[in-house]
Design a binder for this molecule. Structure first.
Ligand SMILES: CC(C)(COP(=O)(O)OP(=O)(O)OC[C@H]1O[C@@H](n2cnc3c(N)ncnc32)[C@H](O)[C@@H]1OP(=O)(O)O)[C@@H](O)C(=O)NCCC(=O)NCCS
Length: 180
């Protein structure tokens, strides 16, 4: 069974490393209510929830069911954000991503997602990546579309505060990222 706890990915300006307690402070501090506006998980202000999240993430990576990574500046090592691939043992893994507010809109999300897609193409057997996004999350929709994502369906989801949001699901087809 694969274990993803030691996987590190490199792109031109960013490095992706498995989530660990070394990044507890940054994961807690940078996932603000503003950044999480369109995410399922809503910050609680309790760092124990971040610790639980890290422990669960490590378990899922040990079991080979998910890969959950921090995004770091390749040169300085500064924390830039977070990206995950869930259900990697299925034909339809799902992507999630958030970038810390000061680093948004600078190409970090696109570079991290490209690195994850390249890794998926080389290491997983899948048909397409699912990229669910809140319908009004225009930046995230642009990111999905800029990497070949096409709308596959619509629906709703509920965040952890119980709010219901309209959802669009993109599918990003398998294939070399260089084609995009
Ligand atoms: C959505 C998010 C992940 C995008 O990451 P990012 O690093 O900010 O985005 P990038 O700079 O890589 O840009 C990706 C695409 O979005 C578009 N974009 C980014 N910032 C933009 C801006 N300020 N204005 C217009 N378009 C913009 C660009 O079209 C770009 O594609 P291109 O390179 O083909 O032009 C990031 O903004 C974020 O974390 N948002 C909050 C959390 C969230 O909503 N996560 C997604 C859940 S599905």
């Amino acid at each position: 069974m694969p274990n993803y706890c030691c996987t590190t990915l490199f792109a031109e300006h960013v490095t992706l490393k498995p989530v660990s307690s070394a990044y507890e402070t940054e994961l807690f501090r940078e996932l603000t209510a503003e950044v999480a506006r369109y995410l399922v998980f809503q910050p609680t202000g309790d760092i124990d929830d971040t610790r639980d999240f890290i422990a669960r993430s490590r378990m899922e990576m040990d079991q080979g069911t998910a890969i959950k990574m921090v995004i770091l500046d390749r040169v300085s090592g500064a924390f830039l954000g977070y990206i995950n691939l869930r259900s990697v043992d299925t034909r339809e893994p799902g992507v999630g991503i958030w970038i810390a507010k000061p680093h948004q809109g600078k190409g970090v999300g696109k570079q991290a997602l490209r690195a994850m897609m390249t890794w998926a193409d080389q290491n997983l057997s899948y048909d397409f990546l699912r990229y669910p996004v809140a319908a009004e999350n225009i930046l995230s929709r642009r990111l999905a579309e800029s990497l070949g994502g096409v709308v596959a369906g619509t629906g709703t989801f509920r965040n952890t505060n119980g709010e219901e949001l309209e959802e669009v699901e993109y599918r990003i087809p398998k294939g070399p990222v260089d084609r995009l």
